[in-house]
Design a protein around this ligand. Structure first.
Ligand code: SF4
Ligand code: SF4
Length: 178
């Protein structure tokens, strides 16, 4: 029975034998992703700007409206030379790592290798300049509550443009929040 079709696709049994972490740069061990409440007030965004002023910090915006803050630092248990975990399979390894499934890995899909200049498929990566670009598209009421949000496609396109064209002029907001 053939396990490979010859067009790069793998059969069920071939996939079953594949090591999911093989060839991965291990972004799961070199970035700490901290879920962050979605900002709704001027001060919430100010806190994000404050956070991104620190080296190695990044914000992630998901299409469904979730946010995360990322600390780009290697775990102290990570061996940068072998790119392996020094406490793998020992009681010292956090259960968070033990129970994480590398199959269909979100880290690998979005952050494997040197992808600093590549847009990941599932999230928008925001440094301070890109967050400021986003803030040009948001409006607040006099009490500082966000009252309009341009929508994911407009934000994604603006961030992509700012990556290549530098600072852009503010665009008109398209959709009022409920
Ligand atoms: S768990 Fe995911 S990110 Fe970590 S080494 Fe495996 S495939 Fe790569
Ligand atoms: S404990 Fe090991 S598996 Fe978990 S993040 Fe650190 S190096 Fe990676």
């Amino acid at each position: 029975m053939s396990l490979e079709s010859g067009n790069g696709r793998l059969s069920f049994f071939k996939h079953d034998l594949t090591q999911p972490c093989e060839g991965c740069s291990a972004p799961c061990c070199t970035m700490l992703v901290l879920p962050h409440p979605a900002p709704v007030r001027w001060m919430d965004f100010d806190f994000l700007r404050y956070s991104l002023g620190f080296p190695g910090m990044e914000a992630l915006l998901y299409e469904d409206g979730r946010w995360s803050l990322v600390v780009h630092r290697e775990c102290s248990n990570f061996d940068a030379r072998t790119r392996r975990c020094n406490v793998h399979g020992t009681p010292e390894q956090p259960r968070t790592c033990v129970y994480y499934s590398p199959h269909h890995c979100w880290y690998k899909r979005n952050f494997n290798g040197d992808q600093k200049h590549v847009a990941p498929p599932d999230v928008l990566r925001l440094d301070l300049a890109k967050l400021d670009r986003l803030l040009q598209m948001i409006e607040f009421d006099p009490e500082g509550l966000m009252v309009s949000w341009p929508g994911w496609p407009a934000v994604r396109d603006a961030i992509a443009q700012s990556s290549t064209n530098g600072a852009q002029q503010p665009q008109q907001t398209q959709r009022a929040l409920p």
